[in-house]
Design a protein around this ligand. Structure first.
Ligand SMILES: [Cu+2]
Length: 191
């Protein structure tokens, strides 16, 4: 697997020139797709990776991750996750988080929420659930591979979704064991 990013958008005028946009946030594209992959490395690695592991037991160095997003012109969004090289049989919790990864697992911030809980970090189940957040929990198979997908009728707001965090167990409570910085896109359907 070669690490990289592929990004597409239907509003080619926006991305191709940028000339029509003002100093504020650029106009949202009418649709968006993106796929990015990387291999995990510790935050201290000589060659830094967009994918960092904080727990080499649950997420070994050189384990692989791929994340893709497809948003249609109405904002409905599919996010897909594929991983390789993890601990066979282990159940991981995974969410889209607000900020990019850092050497500190806390750097990724809280979960992206469609309706933002006024109290952050959010623990209220009315907000912290898989309808209002993007959860990609999975159990690694016998070879350590896994995948998950989530579909919502909403998309991300500009700049507010920036990583995928793997946790030590499904749901809300697991420790952060790895993080992948992902350039999620926003769409016109996002309000
Ligand atoms: Cu999380």
């Amino acid at each position: 697997m070669v690490a990289g990013i592929l990004v597409g958008a239907l509003a080619s005028a926006v991305l191709a020139t940028g000339g029509a946009v003002g100093p504020a946030a650029p106009a949202a594209p009418d649709g968006f797709w993106m796929r990015t992959d990387a291999r995990f490395a510790p935050p201290t690695a000589f060659v830094p990776s967009a994918a960092v592991t904080y727990d080499m037991d649950l997420v070994p160095a050189a384990a692989g991750i791929e994340v893709s997003q497809h948003s249609d012109e109405h904002g409905a969004t599919d996010v897909r996750l594929r991983v390789t090289g993890l601990r066979p049989g282990h159940a991981y919790g995974v969410h889209v988080h607000q900020k990019p990864c850092g050497a500190d697992p806390a750097a990724a911030g809280g979960h992206y929420q469609h309706r933002k809980d006024p109290a952050q970090p959010s623990k209220d189940p009315a907000y912290a659930n898989d309808d209002n957040e993007v959860w990609l929990d999975f159990t690694a198979g016998g070879e350590g591979a896994g995948e998950a997908a989530a579909r919502h009728d909403w998309g991300f707001r500009l700049g507010e979704a920036a990583s995928v965090v793997l946790h030590s167990e499904p749901g809300m409570t697991g420790a952060r064991v790895a993080c992948f910085s992902v350039p999620f896109g926003w769409t016109a359907g996002t309000s």
